[in-house]
Design a protein around this ligand. Structure first.
Ligand SMILES: Cc1cc2nc3c(=O)[nH]c(=O)nc-3n(C[C@H](O)[C@H](O)[C@H](O)COP(=O)(O)O)c2cc1C
Length: 213
């Protein structure tokens, strides 16, 4: 019995050591609902910002940001903070940070490690993307959608807009800066992200502390 237990323990240890990708996932914190600005205050302050400091977001801010963007707000049927046409939930939110590229898994509220390359500079053609702490990349998975190509393009662009506005409002409420961006070399970025042909980048969005001049 003792030997069996040791074998199971060793197997677990080997599995852990052989799974560096799992070790790099970021377990997010539950969203904080207290201390927030009112919705009207957030709307009053919403704006695009293009000057970011290099200061990192806290884990709580990162957690709140992703939950606000597209988190599960009704666990019973796994529906989200942002609507999607036909509830396709086709927009994946990738997160490019200094430590690498991650994918937000809303169901488990976790950032899944994709790779360790710092691809922030590839997420847009504007200089601030290189050093701002967080660049979100919105990716439509056409495999999750029905209809013709035109419908998929229209709905995925629309659905991205809702997510982006959630991020704008969270940032306005938290005193963070953000700007949504279409000026992205999508083909090059898709290669850096190792996307499948059915995955289409719609927009990117930078988030960070506002640089005080
Ligand atoms: C679809 C879309 C694409 C955008 N692309 C960029 C961009 O690539 N770079 C940028 O600096 N701002 C971009 N913006 C931000 C707009 O320039 C900004 O929203 C507009 O100037 C109004 O400013 P406001 O957001 O502060 O109201 C984009 C906005 C939208 C909605």
């Amino acid at each position: 019995m003792k030997r069996l237990k040791r074998k199971v323990f060793n197997a677990g240890l080997v599995l852990l050591l052989c799974s560096p990708m799992l070790a790099e996932d970021i377990r997010l914190l539950p969203p904080q609902f207290e201390k927030n600005a009112t919705l009207l205050e957030a709307l009053k302050n919403r704006c695009s910002e293009r000057s970011f400091s290099e200061k990192e977001l806290s884990l709580q801010q990162l957690s709140n940001l992703l939950w606000a963007a597209v988190g599960v707000n009704r666990p019973d049927d796994e529906k989200r903070t942002a609507p999607t046409a036909r509830n396709a939930q086709e927009i994946d939110v990738y997160v490019a940070m200094k430590t690498g590229l991650y994918l937000y898994n809303a169901k488990d509220h976790i950032l899944v490690f994709i790779h360790a390359n710092d691809i922030r500079s590839k997420t847009g053609k504007q200089k601030f993307t290189e050093t701002a702490p967080v660049n979100l990349i919105y990716v439509a998975d056409f495999d999750k959608m029905n209809g013709d190509e035109e419908t998929k393009i229209f709905y995925s662009a629309t659905d991205t807009g809702f997510i982006s506005q959630n991020v704008y409002l969270y940032c306005a409420a938290e005193g963070l800066g953000t700007v949504v961006r279409g000026w992205v070399d999508k083909d090059k970025l898709a290669i850096e992200m190792k996307l499948r042909p059915e995955q289409h980048i719609t927009l990117a969005q930078t988030v960070g502390y506002i640089k005080q001049e």
